[in-house]
Ligand binder design. Sequence first.
Ligand code: TYC
Length: 102
Amino acid sequence: PPDDGGEAGIAVKTKPRTQRPPLYKVLLLNDDFTPMEFVVHILERLFGMTHAQAIEIMLTVHRKGVAVVGVFSHEIAETKVAQVMELARRQQHPLQCTMEKE
Ligand code: TYC
């Protein structure tokens, strides 16, 4: 006979939930050596900031040690981190960029 799973006649309600992909914050870390202009350039080119926004965020990192520079899907966040790290490595700057689940 067909198996009813032992729950014949019991209606189990589950709340409908819209699936949203998890988002990730991309964080830029301060250090004592990376030139301010290089960080501003990174923020303009890779994160679409205006020059004024880029200066503001760079100074926040400089003063506070870290700042969120964007929130993205996992794949986009990984790509942004890799691009920052590659540009910094090429110029031999110790700039660090990481991601963290929101
Ligand atoms: N602290 C650096 C300096 O004084 C500037 C800097 C800002 C470095 C932000 C990294 O993520 C950073 N040259």
